[in-house]
Design a protein around this ligand. Sequence first.
Ligand SMILES: [Fe+2]
Length: 456
Amino acid sequence: MTGKGIRFKWGNANSCTRIIRYVIIGSMRLLCLIILLLSSCQAVKAPPQLLPANQEINIIVVTDIHYLDSELLEPYSSLYRALTMGDGKITHYSPEIVSAFVDEVIRIKPHALVLAGDISFNGEKKSHIGLAQKLQEVKNAGIPVLVVPGNHDINSRGTYLYSNDGPKPVPNVSKEEFWSIYSPLGAVHAVSMDKNSLSYVYQISEDLQIMMLDTCQYERGRVRSDGIIGEKTLVWMEDNLKKAKDAGITVISVMHHNLLPHSSLFRFGFTIDNYPQAVRIMEQYGVPLNFSGHMHIQHIARSGEYSGMYDIAANALTVFPNYYGTLTIGPDKSMFYKAKKVNVSAWAANAGVTDQNLLRFDEYAYAFMNQTIFHRMNERMANAEISDEQRAVMIEFAQMLNTNYFAGSPSETNEENEKIYDLWKEHFPNFFTRYFDSILKDNTQSTQLFIPARGL
Ligand SMILES: [Fe+2]
């Protein structure tokens, strides 16, 4: 009896101990969960520590990633064929290019990463979520990620899964969804938000701000391809620039559409509709530099001949030569910009990738660009009365001009290619001649820029 009693008691004591242990373990788990939740809330809500004034600041800028989530592209879909006839976007390798880029950003560890819109292929929700997951790695490395939308990112009507059986519609994102996906990466800490657009001001240091300007035009549930800084946003912009100037803070700006004309041929639809007004305000408050995308080519334009400001329109990350930009701002606010190729080959070798296109990516990207130019030109030249030999040298000339144009390098003309150009003028006096004229006129060395210190 006693033994049973003891056993019973012991059994009872064991149950009590277990209950106490469960309560203690349960409480500890709950406490851990609360701490985790509080620390994650802290990670989102606590403003980042402001860097002191007069310190060198490094920023990485990138545009027109046109990221397409790998699950939205099946191997035998019609998009592959369309891409070889397209505008040079290496969309089918966009996840790999972005992975290589993200690794490079984390290694460089700038004070901020800035994306100037058209970050998704054509606004697919899945692409936005997939890209934000990759960018979260940058955020986790302590680098704020600042994003503005481009004309392909929000309310897109062309969002598809490119399946082997043909394109199938998939969800896009609204303005609110776009903001909820990307703002936790950096914009949530903005020091000023525009009520009428997704524009905001992010403060990097005590004497440097980045003004992220949403230049998209939302109309009847769609986004137009041309851009503008809306009237109310201009008022918000000027108010912030005035406050910054009064406080001795230098401001650089970022937008998707171009602030200044970059081409004598492509102006409407590219340069924001009210650029004279916007530039005048920015110049008035001493903004030295704007960063934009949209054209996919690399080109630097300057307002005014001896003063004014610069607009760097950057090459799209997924288009040859796959540039992103590094911007170093000295303690005196002098600025040095340099375009750099993302090193996909090094990333592929490191990641154990066996795809030769990725392991020799520079060659692949150059060949892909030339292939798209060949297909587009060859198709349009189908009915021209020219020999095969003439056709070949004319296409070669077009490839040389185009690849240099996208790379921000001037094209040299000589006696030999002047003769080839004459063939273009003779057989295609309209669009192609005007296009090549504009390249030869506008194509300047645009891969780097130094802006001396100006003072406010
Ligand atoms: Fe784009």
